[in-house]
Design a protein around this ligand. Structure first.
Ligand SMILES: Nc1ncnc2c1ncn2[C@@H]1O[C@H](COP(=O)(O)OP(=O)(O)OP(=O)(O)O)[C@@H](O)[C@H]1O
Ligand SMILES: O=P(O)(O)OC[C@H]1O[C@H](OP(=O)(O)OP(=O)(O)O)[C@H](O)[C@@H]1O
Length: 211
């Protein structure tokens, strides 16, 4: 039997992802060791491998077949737009992709002014403004601390993830429009889905029962 390889994010989704797998008997002792710098872990008995990667890279590993299965946020899946199958909504990691800014920016949005939009997610932002709202905007790509942009005058609004809303509140910003809801998803390589259909379908079914 060949190894089935899982690509997992190192960040926020890691704990709940491992918890969900544990519930269906898919475990890997070493992966829970906080002090390890190892990136790949093997369960010889079940013929499984797990590796830890940056969240936004998960769809890439899965498209190229370096991993058969990946767990990634819906935001990452939309932004990367890879040729992969999204097979299951895991229900955790829930948050929203939103257009946010100071209250004054609401009017600019409504009047379709040529505003600047700062974001870590240029594809999602572009798709929302151009294809859904038919509004021309200037998109400015940033890599983090997106809420800074309207405060320091880099942009009028941002497109970013909102979970509890604390970051917005503490910086005097508000949700102005909702782009879409997000959560953790399981993605599968298109060839693996055919070649390893039985094993992968079983994992999906088992997860559905415990989620
Ligand atoms: N408050 C939040 N901020 C960002 N992402 C969140 C939040 N709540 C849930 N998520 C979900 O968690 C996923 C992983 O977020 P995280 O910030 O850990 O990114 P990562 O890229 O996996 O980790 P890293 O910080 O190591 O790059 C996101 O893609 C998103 O779907
Ligand atoms: O609604 P909240 O619960 O406050 O969560 C949302 C915040 O969390 C994320 O940032 P992250 O912590 O990943 O840091 P970053 O700004 O460096 O991307 C996101 O980009 C928001 O800034």
């Amino acid at each position: 039997m060949r190894y089935l390889t899982f690509a997992l994010g190192k960040g926020r989704l890691a704990k709940q992802t491992l918890g969900a797998f544990e519930k269906i008997g898919i475990t890997c002792q070493e992966i829970n060791d906080k002090d390890t710098r190892k990136l790949i872990f093997v369960n010889e008995e079940l013929k499984l491998k797990f590796f830890l990667a940056k969240g936004p890279d998960i769809p890439t590993y899965v498209e190229y077949g370096a991993a058969d299965i990946g767990i990634a946020g819906k935001d990452t899946i939309l932004e990367e737009a890879r040729n992969i199958y999204e097979v299951l909504d895991l229900g955790f990691g829930q948050c929203r992709m939103c257009v946010c800014g100071p209250l004054e920016a609401q009017e600019l949005l409504q009047h379709h002014e040529l505003i600047r939009v700062a974001t870590k997610y240029p594809r999602i932002a572009k798709n929302y403004f151009y294809n859904k709202k038919h509004q021309t905007v200037e998109i400015i790509k940033l890599n983090g601390s997106i809420e800074l942009a309207p405060i320091v005058g880099l942009s009028e609004v941002i497109v970013d993830i909102v979970e509890t809303g604390s970051t917005l509140r503490e910086n005097g910003l508000q949700v102005l429009e909702e782009v879409c809801p997000l959560s953790a998803r399981m993605v599968v390589n298109q060839v693996s889905m055919k070649m390893e259909n039985e094993r992968i379908t079983k994992i999906i079914q088992d997860l559905k029962e415990v989620l």
